[in-house]
Write a protein that binds this ligand. Structure first.
Ligand code: ATP
Length: 348
């Protein structure tokens, strides 16, 4: 069975090697974004989330990045369905699927399946989203089959503190998930995927939910000769991804008391970086925390991960060690005399 897209680089396999039509039950509309509508579906008795991509060129063309592509290449490398399929295929190749909500393959909805959806659907504008007209009749809708997750669906138009807090907590629900998100982003970059749209709506409990704007190597917008240089788009946009993660951490901090705030970051501001470079790889801040440079950001030694250690704990530990050492020395020392009730030892 044909894997997609048919261009160099990773290709996603069909869902369960689907040959004939699948029996899809459309159960519930889950939400939509700029690129797709998502439905909860039942296929052969199992529940999934089906992400169905709109027709049309709802993506930023390569010319905006000073790259000229033919019409066909433009669709292959820049269309959201192909971007997301390539990213998932790379995760599969690299055995790093744990960083995202699992995807089980793509399917192409035939006329019969589309008709069934249209009957169930009261929200999609078929004419607008899938140009439903005689001219396009017969064109399959491209879709990805993903794991269904219980997701707090905050509408894109919902405003206010409560809606924002819900957006933040479904993306990051604990310091542990925030750290996992940092690791997951570094994993994406390591295996050649730029996400380019990291935000609270595209992350679920530290894992990526949506790759529709991602670029996966090899990609015409990522010049292979430049890939290792710090001016390359990969590094520039990789840093933007890191800043986006930091923005999400900033959102978490807005809603939590100082005790629960997160102090680690994926990247630091340029101003902060300049200051950091003058420090050694270890420094103490005003809160008496020792910060240690533990992991370099891939390809950018000036961007790094800092871990902190409570200075108080370290001092307490060293005091304890010092006392123990004294006792041990005393045990070893030989008494060589006595003076006014005081024992005199020869140091060991
Ligand atoms: N696996 C899933 N399980 C449950 N709900 C989901 C799942 N995937 C997506 N959704 C819902 O569908 C909505 C739209 O999905 P998604 O963000 O993938 O679409 P998109 O068109 O690519 O969005 P964007 O405009 O951010 O690019 C999500 O906000 C979420 O509410």
């Amino acid at each position: 069975m044909e894997s997609l897209p048919q261009i160099p680089g990773p290709q996603l396999a069909r869902f369960r090697g689907q040959g004939g039509a699948l029996d899809i039950d459309f159960l519930q509309y889950l939400g939509s974004g700029v690129h797709a509508h998502v439905w909860k579906v039942r296929i052969d008795g199992a529940i999934y989330a089906l992400k169905m991509f709109r027709f049309g060129n709802n993506f930023t063309p390569a010319s905006c990045f000073h790259v000229e592509l033919s019409d066909e290449e433009e669709i292959m490398y820049m269309h959201p369905f192909n971007c997301e399929s390539r990213a998932y295929a790379r995760l599969h190749e690299a055995n790093e699927e744990h960083v995202a909500i699992p995807c089980y393959g793509y399917i192409l909805l035939d006329q019969e399946q589309q008709k069934r959806l249209r009957k169930r659907d009261t929200t999609c504008d078929w004419v607008k989203d899938w140009y439903y007209s005689d001219a396009y009749a017969g064109r399959p809708v491209q879709a990805l089959v993903k794991e269904f997750i219980e997701y707090d669906n905050v509408g894109a138009r919902e405003r206010g503190l409560d809606a924002n807090l819900r957006r933040v907590t479904r993306a990051i629900d604990s310091p542990k998930t925030a750290r996992a998100l940092l690791d997951n982003m570094a994993t994406l970059h390591r295996i050649g995927i730029l996400h380019r749209d990291i935000n609270n709506s595209n992350v679920a409990q530290g894992r990526f939910l949506d790759f529709s704007t991602s670029w996966t190597k090899p990609h015409p917008c990522l010049d292979p000769e430049q890939i290792e240089s710090s001016d390359s788009p990969f590094h520039q946009l990789g840093i933007t991804d890191a800043y986006d993660v930091d923005l999400m951490i900033g959102h978490w901090n807005q809603y939590h008391p100082p005790k629960r705030r997160l102090w680690f970051r994926a990247a630091q501001s340029q101003e902060y970086l300049k200051r950091l470079r003058s420090y050694s790889k270890k420094f103490k801040d005003s809160r008496n925390f020792i910060w240690e440079w533990t992991q370099e950001y891939p390809g950018r030694p000036d961007l790094c991960r800092w871990e902190s250690e409570d200075m108080g704990a370290k001092q307490r530990r060293s005091k304890r060690d010092w006392r123990k050492q004294c006792l041990r020395r005393k045990e070893k020392a030989k008494q060589i005399g006595q003076h006014d009730g005081l024992k005199i030892y020869q140091p060991a």
